[in-house]
Ligand binder design. Structure first.
Ligand code: FAD
Length: 435
């Protein structure tokens, strides 16, 4: 098929942060991008607390000034406490204490995702991407084992096959491509359930912790609660717990939520006068792995390629960086024609980074008390703060080889069973990537 008869260079399924970022990059660089989004933005979405590394990609695509001007609540740090911690006593990790090299600003934001995602999709459009909203991709079209286009359908029955040189799956946890190619596997280590909503009259912390992401551990395995401040005095509050605990509880969502909040002295205190202003939002079965992130004519980005437990707020970081690296890969393939090698490198780069998030999260759950001690230890806390900044993709150095001899905050965890004899998580010397 000739270039003229193609509908785009790249068709992107989904207009969330991953799809909009890729569409922007392609548009800015003269490639024809077509984003197809099934909903009409603004649409609600979980995932409101960002990590500072997202600034690097937002800056690169020219979106950071818009984000800064939107009035979202700045997030200068993250902290957590245990179920019986004294009131307002947290392990406090200010993000500016160990900033990412090259980051235009050492803080980030809590965002209402309906608002931010709408702004980001509009930004893609402003930068040259075509955007179809209210149109669902119902299938990916393959010819001779190569993705060549998609079947798109609108609610009014309009249906069309659209063709491009590349199809990128940014459909989020729907995992369109991975489901079609049977590449998706459930993560056996995490089988969580999340319930959250927005509230008013949640008590906010003392001034020194204003805007921080507050995490409450509630004394159950792999379970925690969050309190994120939003604009106009609203707070996003949610709990994550093993799905079995909900199934066994025999109570409804409201009662279950309140029971979990009541397990932490501090959490119960801040929620004692809270008034819920939206229905509960429930998410389950959200951790999975995908065997392959790219193949002939196709790539996956964002949640469509993998989802790891959200405790470190890693989701939008993965969405943005995978979009950036997918852009670089597509651009290189279009210039050199060397598809397989480039797509293999894309897979490895993202996989290594997401594995780093995954290992850190597993380590955190497994050795929470130990890591809490590290987090307050003057020698090690900077490594933990660095982990919370995001961007663990090579050639940055979250991950080192087995022969690493440099200081490493998890070195004492030889028996934790995670990946290598050395922990593989440090030392976090300055990044050289992303720009
Ligand atoms: C409990 C929980 C808490 C979380 N907390 C955080 C957090 O604090 N911070 C953070 O960074 N991340 C968090 N996340 C993760 C975050 O929500 C995601 O990682 C992020 O939204 C991924 O962006 P994306 O663009 O890949 O996918 P999405 O944002 O899901 O966007 C995908 C888009 O594709 C569209 N789509 C789907 N199917 C089709 C189709 N067939 N045709 C056309 N369009 C389609 C959808 O409508 C959607 O707009 C959390 C997740 C969970 C479950």
């Amino acid at each position: 098929m000739s270039e003229q008869t193609l509908d785009a260079d790249v068709i992107i399924i989904g207009g969330g942060p991953a799809g909009a970022t890729l569409g922007t990059l392609l548009g800015q660089n003269g490639r024809r991008a077509l984003i197809i989004e099934k909903d009409i933005h603004p649409r609600d979405h979980v995932g409101e607390s960002l990590v500072p590394s997202t600034n690097l990609v937002f800056d690169r695509i020219g979106f950071l000034p818009k984000l800064n001007d939107a009035g979202f609540v700045p997030k200068p740090g993250t902290c957590w406490n245990g179920p019986r911690s004294p009131l307002w006593k947290f392990v406090e990790l200010p993000l500016f204490e160990e900033p990412l090299e090259g980051n235009p600003q050492p803080w980030t934001f809590h965002v209402e995702r309906d608002a931010m995602d709408t702004m980001l999709l509009r930004h893609a459009h402003d930068n040259g991407a075509k955007v179809l909203q209210g149109v669902k991709v119902t299938d990916v079209i393959f010819e001779d084992d190569r993705a060549v286009g998609v079947r798109a359908q609108a609610a009014d029955g309009w249906e069309r096959d659209l063709r491009a040189k590349f199809v990128v799956d940014a459909s989020g946890r729907r995992c369109m491509m991975a489901s079609k190619l049977k590449l998706k596997r459930k993560d056996r280590s995490f089988n969580q359930f999340c319930i959250y909503s927005w509230f008013r009259n949640v008590e906010r912390p003392p001034q020194r912790l204003y805007g921080w992401g507050l995490f409450y551990f509630i004394g159950l395995n792999q379970a925690w609660g969050w309190q994120f401040p939003l604009r106009e005095g609203r707070e996003s509050v949610g709990v994550v717990v093993d799905k079995e605990d909900f199934q066994k509880s025999g109570v409804d969502e409201d009662e279950f939520f309140n029971l979990l909040v009541g397990r932490s002295k501090q959490f119960a205190h801040v929620m004692r006068n809270a008034e819920r202003i939206r229905p509960y939002w429930v998410e389950g079965d959200y951790s999975y792995k995908v065997d392959r992130y790219a193949g002939p004519g196709w790539l996956m980005i964002g949640d469509a390629l993998r989802f790891v437990d959200p405790i470190f707020s890693s989701g939008v970081d993965v969405a943005l960086f995978s979009a950036l690296y997918a852009y670089e890969a597509i651009d290189e393939v279009m210039r050199t024609g060397n598809e397989q090698k480039v797509l293999d490198a894309f897979h490895t780069r993202i996989d290594t980074g997401v594995d780093s998030w995954y290992d850190t999260i597993r380590l955190f759950y497994k050795l929470q008390n130990l890591l809490t001690r590290y987090a307050v230890h003057p020698k090690w806390r900077r490594y933990i703060i660095r982990a919370l900044q995001g961007a663990p993709y090579p050639p940055s150095v979250w991950r080192t080889t087995k022969s690493c001899r440099q200081p490493c905050w998890a070195r004492t965890t030889r028996s934790c069973g995670i990946r290598t004899a050395c922990c593989g998580h440090g030392p976090w010397t300055p990044r050289r990537t992303a720009r």
